[in-house]
Design a protein around this ligand. Structure first.
Ligand code: UD1
Ligand code: CA
Length: 461
């Protein structure tokens, strides 16, 4: 039977000191709660009910899907009160899995294990931490021989005695509960505690009292149950997550010169023997085919790069497809809607936007190519600019195969440079030119012999 999931996400997250609701702070470029929703989807939940409150509209706007239901909690009186608000929205699924919007890295396999462990009763996911400060502690009955004691309850850090604070087994917040018992137990929770809140954690002692078996399942990897309460914890978790992603790539055969200086905010598919130097940021959907190499300090977003292409350092590439065996950068900027063929060279301080560039063409220095169709084996000289914008509309520049454009040329669009023609250095081209010839703007050069440059008056001493 499929379970249902409730995600508690109504808290403000005071310790974040932020106007943005805590669950919308990004981890690897995606809101915390989106990671939790993804985990819930991976276990095929019947319904995912999100308890929202603080900044609730923003939370709803950040998510989408027919499997999502919402319950409003206002004001926020604690995690027990939060789950109570979800009751009217719950389905008949016998088990309800409670997830926290600020515990983003839990593995779906762990959730499956927890559901199995619950059977028809309850289960909580715990972990042993070297530093359990801040978390609720798991109370167990005295351990028998070779056996951990039975779970009897949870005590919050703020309510714990000095002895209880020494307990290193903590509550992840993630629990499985029998749906049919929820209404009764939640109505029995009191707010007589340090924070005057209705704690969901008190439900465990109530279950024990009703003789419902409660299994405490320890997570193998304590990292997956880490919660985010402060920006420092969020930063730590970001590094944990990036390290996980980096290790997967290393295992798959990708060279990361320094896996600690690697950031992936999306998905990265790599072919064989891809090399990635330090401090690169990858966003959205990225595909790097065999033997692609990415230099240091590059930013790539929604990009596909074909085999054998080198991206030199400090390049910024967004929304582009780049062919095989190209050489891009250093300091290249490639903007959305750009398709480069094979063996294209794009050099330093060249910007290309919404343009197609054919195989073997080159723009090696200081150029702007926007809204252009560039054929094959075209050479674009240094300082060439497509003047694509007349102040009202954008126009296209067409440069056919085998054209040679000299340095410092302005192509005033719409304009077409036909096959095999040459445009002389310093030309402003505003009319189409036929194939094969040379276009230049006649200019004269004067020479004034003995001409004196003005001089500054000598300083008096
Ligand atoms: C909670 C647990 C603690 C556990 C820790 C794990 C309780 C009482 N304590 O503490 O045992 O070790 O998580 O990370 O449950 N929320 C609401 N409505 C509210 C209050 C909170 O929806 O009224 C949501 C928050 O948005 C958050 C989650 O519940 O996503 C946890 O709330 P938080 O205040 O962070 O609880 P902790 O103090 O971390
Ligand atoms: Ca928390």
């Amino acid at each position: 039977m499929r379970p249902q999931v409730v995600i508690l996400a109504a808290g403000q997250g005071k310790r974040m000191n932020s106007d943005l609701p805590k669950v919308l702070h990004p981890l690897a470029g995606k809101p915390l709660i989106a990671h939790v929703v993804a985990a819930a989807r991976a276990i095929d939940a019947e319904q995912i009910c999100i308890v929202h409150g603080h900044g609730g509209d923003l939370v709803q706007a950040a998510l989408s899907g027919e499997d999502l239901a919402y319950a409003l909690q206002s004001p926020q009186r604690g995690t027990g009160h939060a789950l109570q608000q979800a009751l009217p929205k719950l389905t008949k699924a016998p088990l309800t899995l409670v997830l926290y919007g600020d515990v983003p890295l839990v593995h779906p396999e762990t959730l499956e294990d927890l559901l199995k462990a619950a059977g028809k009763g309850a289960a909580i996911l715990t972990a042993e931490l070297d530093d359990p400060t801040g978390y609720g502690r798991i109370l167990r009955s005295k351990a028998g021989r070779n056996k951990a004691g039975r779970v009897t309850g949870i005590v919050e850090q703020k309510d714990a005695s000095a002895a209880q604070r020494r307990i290193s087994e903590i509550n992840s917040g993630i629990m499985v509960l029998p749906t049919a018992r929820l209404a009764k137990w939640l109505s029995q929770i009191k707010n007589k505690n340090a924070q005057k809140e209705y704690y969901l954690t008190d439900i465990i002692a109530l279950a024990v009292k009703d003789r419902v078996p409660v299994t405490g399942l320890k997570a193998e990897d304590a990292g997956e149950i880490q919660g985010v309460n402060s920006r420092a914890q969020l930063a730590q978790l970001e590094r944990t997550y990036q390290w996980l992603q980096a290790s997967e790539l290393l295992d798959a055969g990708v060279t990361l010169v320094d896996p600690l200086r690697f950031d992936l905010r999306g998905t990265l598919h790599c072919g064989r023997d891809v090399q990635i130097d330090i401090n690169c940021v990858f966003e959205g959907e990225i595909v790097l085919r065999d033997n692609v190499s990415i230099g240091a300090h590059c930013i790539l977003k929604n990009v596909r790069i074909d085999a054998g292409t080198r991206i030199e350092p400090f390049s910024h590439i967004d929304g582009a497809q780049i062919g095989a065996h190209c050489r891009i950068g250093p300091y290249a900027r490639i903007r959305p809607g750009t398709h480069l063929g094979a063996e294209v060279h794009v050099g330093n301080f060249v910007e290309i936007k919404a343009s197609d560039v054919g195989d073997g063409s080159k723009a090696n220095h200081l150029s702007y190519v926007g809204d252009a169709s560039v054929g094959r084996n075209v050479n674009i000289g240094a300082g060439t600019i497509t003047c694509n914008y007349d102040g009202a509309a954008k126009h296209r520049t067409v440069i056919e195969d085998d054209v040679h454009i000299g340095s410092d040329v302005q192509l005033v669009a719409p304009v077409r440079v036909a096959r095999g023609s040459t445009v002389g250095a310093g030309t402003t081209l505003w009319k189409d030119i036929p194939p094969g010839g040379l276009a230049i703007n006649p200019k004269t050069q004067e020479y004034r012999a003995g001409w004196q440059r003005p001089r500054k008056a000598a300083k008096r001493k």
